[in-house]
Design a protein around this ligand. Structure first.
Ligand code: PLP
Length: 396
């Protein structure tokens, strides 16, 4: 008899965190519940509602009783639509079996890392990085090896990667446009990393969640579209940002033949596919292509520019990023340089919610992340509150 004993949680969880951004959100909820006004810049989603035709397509699927089990890798109509999109828009040469429908970008990334990682493997990733990636790597008992982005861009990406490559290196995680910085790697940089991956026999997991949210300059180059790359690249897409569908949980992965079975197996045994009516909505969204985001782009740009102006007048140094939803400035002199302390002061004293840069890796320390994908009123009110707090604090 050993009734008082319980098995511990599996050891893989020892190296997995649970979103620090959730901690910020919980504190915001406490303040809101106490009746406080909070200027909210901590989020990461499009500000507008999901498109009406996409909602109608889901309603139509329900009325056609498209509510039964579907193939776990996706309904054929959606997989065909994805195939057409990635071949023509992204230029990725993939076979008919390449697309797998997943529950948002997150499940696609989970499946991609599960497909490739054994315990002890090393993953190269540029830092700052999107926080959950290091946890996904930790879950698989592999090692994240950080390559500081700014220094690597000065040095040359391939040479910076080479310095961190060991016999245990298995893959590169590539995220362009980047969360949190909004940077987009150039074609030349993407080609250099592709060449490095080919030379060293590495795989690439390319996270293109923000592919459509580019406001100026050249569009994103899908690394899987470069010569010899589709064979070694798993590309993860999501409808969350491109179609303002964060809560629908819909995304897709395209993978070369050698990795398809593993990806499909992960999806089969985790969720057994995406809800069938949601997939029909996805057919409508992807068939319309970039129609919606083209309408929204001006709104994003003006929000970005207004928030940049607001931060500048409060003493932040910041240039408008080319892409994604975020500003990632250094903390100005009137705030603590420790990013957790700075975010806490802003939230507790000025009721302005941001994300501390340290959660995006050591290269994010000394920065704060502000989302500009919020209402115009939030930007106006938040900028005013920030300026007032800055002048009160600088004068202390
Ligand atoms: C870089 C990046 N990749 C992937 C995702 C996943 O998106 P979702 O799971 O909402 O589709 C996000 C969401 O914020 C992201 O920022």
């Amino acid at each position: 008899m050993n009734e008082g004993a319980f098995p511990p949680t599996a050891r893989r969880f020892e190296s997995v965190g649970f979103s620090e951004i959730v901690k910020v959100r919980n504190r915001v909820m406490e303040l809101l519940a106490a009746g406080q006004k909070v200027w909210r810049f901590e989020g990461g989603e499009p500000w507008m509602d999901s498109p009406e035709p996409v909602k109608a397509a889901m309603g139509d699927a329900l009325s056609r009783n498209q509510t039964r089990y579907a193939p776990s890798s996706g309904i054929p109509e959606l997989r065909r639509t994805i195939l057409e999109k990635v071949r023509t828009r992204n230029g990725i040469p993939c076979d008919d079996e390449a697309p797998v429908v997943v529950n948002g970008g997150m499940q696609g990334l989970f499946a991609a890392f599960s497909t490739l990682l054994d315990p002890g493997d090393e993953v190269l990733l540029f830092s700052p990085y999107w926080t959950p990636i290091v946890d996904l790597i930790g879950y698989h008992k592999a090692q994240a090896v950080l390559v500081p982005t700014a220094a690597a861009r000065r040095q040359g990406l391939a040479s910076a990667l080479a310095e961190k490559t060991t016999p245990r290196t298995k893959l590169i995680y590539w995220n362009s446009p980047n969360n949190p910085t909004g940077d987009v790697f150039s074609r030349a940089e993407t080609e250099a990393v592709a060449e490095f991956a080919r030379e060293r026999g590495l795989a690439v997991i390319s996270d293109e969640a923000y592919e459509d949210l580019v406001y100026e300059g050249e569009p994103v180059v899908a690394i899987g579209s470069l010569p010899g790359m589709s064979e070694r690249t798993i590309t993860c897409y999501t409808l969350s940002k491109s179609y303002s569908m964060t809560g629908w949980r819909l995304g897709y992965v395209v993978a070369p033949a050698r990795y398809q079975k593993a990806i499909k197996t992960v999806v089969l045994y985790t969720t057994n596919g995406v809800s069938t009516p949601t997939q029909w909505a996805g057919v409508e969204a992807l068939t319309r292509g970039t129609e919606f985001v083209a309408e929204w782009r001006a709104g994003y740009r003006s929000r970005r520019d207004r928030l940049v102006a607001g931060l500048k007048s409060a003493g932040f140094e910041i240039e408008p990023p080319r892409a994604a939803l975020y500003l990632f400035p250094r903390t100005p002199s009137w705030l603590p340089s420790d990013s957790r302390a700075a975010a806490r002061v802003l939230l507790d004293e000025a009721k302005i919610a941001t994300v501390p840069g340290i959660v995006f890796g050591p290269e994010g320390e000394g920065h704060l992340r502000f989302s500009f994908s919020v209402s115009e009123d939030m930007i106006a009110g938040g900028a005013e509150a920030l300026a007032a707090f800055a002048s009160a604090t600088s004068g202390r």
